[in-house]
Design a protein around this ligand. Structure first.
Ligand code: 3PG
Length: 307
């Protein structure tokens, strides 16, 4: 009987666990849960002896991989898998998967909600502005970007993106206006939604150059990762231009300087909560359980992200 561990420092909503349990029981697997753990040693202990591991943003580094001597598969229930050491997993022949698209509507709703929050001066009671007729640029047009496009259209926003690998006519086919460069995206749009993965090439990708090109009252909304921001550049722009706002679904390292110098112009969720809805938890959790069953039973590697 294969053992499956769900290790989530930030737990899934209960219905998601019920769904995962239903699938694993149907397959005859043994399910164990490690939730809200505060120390890595708990994860190291729990992972020993299990064949499959489901995580969220939980760090699955080399030490965790080594501790999971029986591991065959790790599924990151979500999109970004920068928390998993793919190389260490591959060395041990462990398959790593994500569950793309399953939580993207939740993230898109939060990103758009943050735009409203910014436009209404962080709900401080003063006269704000509306999103209607404003331009939003989606930096990283993937599953989340597609949902943002749909939602932003509902607000009457003009949606732009830049994608070097997707033909313009495909972008236009989605009702999105393509621009010729990332610089043009930032200089065109008052609102930018950041939805790029924290891959090597994207680290510190957004800094002074792009942000200082933004139109008046520019708002950057980051529901991706803090690592894609060049915080030094961000702080410089915030200093130079008092019309720029930064809202992020993850506290930056420069949080202290932000709160000291730029009150009213930033907002950070206390804990990453873009995908923290019952629906997203159910979708991603159940997809993860099904992918594990598909792999253990039939060798299905459809959503594999490591070589
Ligand atoms: C993702 O990459 O799927 C999102 O950032 C959500 O991450 P979480 O599962 O840690 O909330």
């Amino acid at each position: 009987m294969a053992k499956i561990l769900v290790a989530t420092e930030k737990p899934f909503a209960k219905p998601a666990i019920n769904g995962i349990r239903e699938i694993t029981e149907k397959e005859g697997y043994e399910l164990s849960l490690l939730e809200k753990y505060t120390d890595k040693s708990e994860l190291l202990k729990a992972v020993s002896g299990v064949e499959a591991l489901i995580v969220r943003s939980d760090k699955v580094d080399r030490e965790v991989i080594e501790a999971g001597g029986n591991l065959k598969i790790v599924v990151r229930a979500g999109a970004g898998y920068d928390n998993v050491d793919l190389e260490a997993a591959s060395e041990k022949g462990i398959v790593v998967m994500n569950t793309p698209g399953q939580n993207s509507n939740a993230v898109a709703e939060l990103a758009t909600g943050m735009m409203v929050y910014s436009a209404r001066n962080m709900f401080n009671g003063s006269a704000g502005t509306e999103l209607y007729g404003k331009k939003v640029g989606i930096h990283g047009y993937g599953n989340v970007g597609k949902h943002i496009n749909r939602i932003a259209k509902g607000f009457g926003m003009e949606v732009y993106t830049y994608h070097p690998r997707v033909e313009k006519r495909v972008i236009e086919g989605e009702g999105v206006i393509p621009v010729d460069s990332i610089e043009e995206l930032y200089s065109t749009c008052q609102y930018i939604s950041l939805n790029i993965p924290a891959r090597e090439e994207n680290l510190k990708a957004v800094g002074h150059k792009l942000l200082s090109a933004m139109p008046a009252n520019g708002t950057l909304v980051n529901t991706a990762r803090k690592e894609v921001i060049d915080e030094e550049g961000l702080l410089r722009v915030m200093e130079e231009r008092n019309d720029i706002k930064y809202l992020s679904d993850i506290e930056p390292d420069c949080k202290g300087q932000m709160s000291e110098k730029f009150p009213g112009r930033y907002f950070f969720t206390p804990k990453k909560m873009g995908a923290q809805t019952a629906e997203a938890n159910i979708n991603a959790g159940i997809a993860a359980a099904k992918q594990i069953a598909g792999y253990l039973k039939d060798g299905d590697t459809t959503f594999r992200v490591n070589k």
